[in-house]
Design a protein around this ligand. Structure first.
Ligand code: IPE
Ligand code: IPE
Ligand code: MG
Length: 267
């Protein structure tokens, strides 16, 4: 590995441009473009998924080094079942293999791994390794790595609505007690701060049913790079772009030394 390729290399100009005090705590990523990358190279789509795993390992390191606390990635959507069985099975096997090979290292790095989504349809061997990985790392607190599998934002919201309806019909809660906080507490991401930044690769400009509730006020960064070609520098570019945003949350830009004057609003 050349010096320039070393993760966190302080000679990398992009690092100089980053304000360490303003690094997003939680970054979410829609890792898209694996298939197109492989097809472009005349390879089966599965090669793209394999290369995508290598990129993911790099991005976990980079985001952690930079000071992010949570990384949430979209690995398999509720809609991805519509793909050919061969591809779906390949992905399911890949999840098991990668988890088996990486869990020791993930744990040694004090990373907590959590799977978000409906695990019911997955084969027993995958469910087992998911559950043992989650329990092995449950007390780690350096970094949280969330993997969304068989995840759909609408399905998650419907599930919360059902849960709250049940609680209210059984008298556990009053309908009037339902507010954003209570709703949040029933989400699969309960207890996790919403992502400040969403990155989607491959140039697609849509959410594809990802974290619909949680992304309400996230900054969105679209990278034209296909996920298997995404890397440290592309991630740093996303962070730099994020840091240039003015996050107004519906308010107005706050300018230093300028107080609100009534006269600005009259007339
Ligand atoms: C993202 O890459 C990975 C998954 C959805 C599992 P794609 O497989 O969607 O790749 P493209 O978008 O077809 O190129
Ligand atoms: C979103 O990508 C899902 C994942 C990255 C796992 P897709 O490739 O499935 O999304 P669409 O089909 O372009 O909306
Ligand atoms: Mg895609």
């Amino acid at each position: 590995m050349s010096l320039g390729k070393m993760i966190g290399d302080k000679n990398n100009d992009l690092y100089m441009k980053i304000d360490k005090q303003k690094v997003p705590e939680h970054v979410a990523i829609i890792m898209d473009g694996n298939g197109r990358w492989a097809t472009k190279k005349g390879l089966p789509r599965s090669f793209g998924h394999k290369q995508g795993v290598n990129v993911l390992k790099e991005i976990i390191k980079v985001s952690k080094n930079l000071g992010c606390k949570v990384l949430t990635v979209y690995a398999f959507s509720t809609e991805n079942w519509t793909r050919p069985t061969k591809e779906v099975n390949f992905l399911i096997n890949l999840f098991s293999e990668v988890l088996k090979n990486e869990i020791k290292k993930i744990n040694e790095e004090s990373t907590k791994i959590k799977f978000i989504g409906n695990l019911t349809p997955f084969p027993e061997n995958l469910k087992k390794i998911i559950s043992s990985s989650e329990s092995l790392t449950k007390n780690n607190n350096e970094f949280l790595f969330n993997v969304c599998v068989n995840y759909g934002g609408r399905q998650e919201i419907v599930k919360v609505a059902k849960e709250l309806a049940l609680k209210s019909s059984s008298g556990k809660i009053k309908p009037s007690a339902i507010d954003e906080e209570l709703f949040n507490s029933e989400l699969l991401t309960r207890g996790i701060k919403d992502p400040e930044l969403l990155i989607r690769t491959s140039g697609e400009k849509r959410l594809s049913n990802f974290l619909l509730w949680q992304l309400a006020y996230s900054e969105i960064y679209i990278s034209d790079v296909l996920w298997p070609e995404f890397n440290e520098n592309e991630f740093l570019k996303a962070i730099i772009d994020y840091q240039s945003r003015n996050r107004r949350f519906g308010g107005i830009e706050s300018l230093p030394n300028e107080s609100f004057k009534d006269s600005q609003c009259s007339s």
